[in-house]
Design a protein around this ligand. Structure first.
Ligand SMILES: Nc1nc2c(ncn2[C@@H]2O[C@H](COP(=O)(O)OP(=O)(O)OP(=O)(O)O)[C@@H](O)[C@H]2O)c(=O)[nH]1
Ligand SMILES: [Mg+2]
Ligand SMILES: [Zn+2]
Length: 351
């Protein structure tokens, strides 16, 4: 096997993927995407290339095929099929589509700092997106040394994580690192997601055992805080695992969700089967299982509201997709809708 890319997660599986797609594989992994150029890890070391003009754009973590253009410059000639993809809706632009945050990640670390009140809404959203990415979510509590012995925070998070493993760390004290490390085995990629100042870069430095990423005090200048990390970047660890540092995100607007909503809110969706009416809207209808659970305190008001809000957001997105497709396909649109509906009715192939 080609080993010089091993620190960036080049495994037998990736090698086979290249061999089945290209006659002459020329592998590289996207380490960072800047405004006009992309930094790659190649078999000959780091390489900067222009942002590719492909139908499909590349993201940090992508495996790409290198080629040359007519001027004999090295370029990205193709993007390999992704094993997982973390995306969110682009901010401030309702129709602009998805922003791909990271590709080919095995573990999605949802970083929750315990030095401030937990944002349940953010945690839920990030968990939904993590499930939908195809990676395995892992909740990482940070700054445990600043929690004032507040076990409440930890138990609240465990409660909300709905079966996702929770690891408590303090980069300051070096606590929890030996618990975290076995979660990312050699060849795997772990992305860290969380608010600015959560300690993502500090944790990466602690895991790497040296200062690789700049870290910074949390300064609230304009209510937006100050982001120390400004781009998503792959960082190889000595044990052969790969970490991805990301800039703190303020919000996490969902893109598409199916498995994610079910994983995080499955207990709520199960209740629907017990409502008297199949089309119950879970309001004033008689014998509504949701209202009964709320009244009995078996379902938290906050979680129910949060669920409804995310569903509305996803429904709005669906309508927007439809609008865009309508414009794109014009009169072909009704046919496409029918074909899609038919495809959905058909059982998916085994495997
Ligand atoms: N006490 C304590 N402070 C920590 C710990 N981890 C991080 N910090 C501090 O928290 C601040 C922010 O840490 P960063 O690692 O820069 O946070 P970040 O999540 O990378 O932030 P962005 O890059 O802006 O997204 C720094 O001043 C760190 O020294 C910890 O475990 N304990
Ligand atoms: Mg950072
Ligand atoms: Zn109901």
């Amino acid at each position: 096997m080609q080993t010089s890319l091993a620190p960036y997660g080049y495994t037998d599986r990736i090698e086979q993927l290249y061999q089945s797609n290209f006659e002459r594989p020329c592998p590289a992994r996207v380490v960072r995407v800047d405004k006009n150029r992309v930094m790659l890890a190649t078999t000959d070391g780091p390489l900067h290339v222009a942002f590719p003009r492909l139908d499909e754009q590349c993201a940090t973590g992508d495996w790409v095929q290198l080629g040359t253009n007519s001027e004999n410059e090295q370029v990205i000639a193709g993007v390999l099929e992704r094993s997982s993809l973390l995306a969110r809706k682009k901010a401030h632009d309702p129709l602009s589509g998805a922003q791909v945050l990271a590709a080919n990640i095995d573990v999605v670390g949802v970083v929750v700092p315990v030095d401030r009140p937990i944002s349940h809404n953010r945690l839920e959203r990030t968990l939904v997106a993590a499930w939908d990415s195809g990676g395995t979510p892992l909740v990482i509590l940070t700054k445990a040394d600043l929690s004032n012995g507040n076990d409440d925070v930890v138990s609240q998070v465990i409660d909300q994580a709905a079966g996702v493993d929770v690891v408590t760390t303090s980069a300051e004290l070096g606590d929890g690192l030996e618990e975290l490390m076995p979660r990312v085995i050699p060849g795997q990629t772990l992305v860290l997601l969380g608010p600015s100042g959560a300690g993502k870069s500090t944790l990466i430095n602690a895991l790497a055992g040296r200062h690789l990423q700049d870290t910074g005090d949390v300064r609230v200048v304009d209510g937006r805080g100050k982001h120390t990390t400004t781009s998503r970047e792959l960082i190889p660890l000595p044990n052969g695992a790969v970490l991805m540092d990301t800039p703190g995100v303020r919000g996490f607007a969902l893109w598409e969700s199916d498995a994610g909503m079910e994983a995080v809110f499955g207990d709520i969706e199960e209740l629907f089967a017990d409502c008297r009416f199949q089309d119950c809207r879970h309001g004033p209808e008689p014998d509504c299982a949701v209202q009964a659970a709320l009244a009995a305190g078996r379902l938290e008001q906050r979680r129910w509201k949060s669920y409804l809000k995310l569903q509305r957001e996803l429904a709005r997105l669906d309508r927007q997709h439809d609008e865009v497709a309508k414009r794109q396909y014009g009169r072909e649109w009704p046919k496409i809708v029918k074909a899609q509906a038919k495809a959905r009715r058909q059982p998916s192939p085994p495997g």
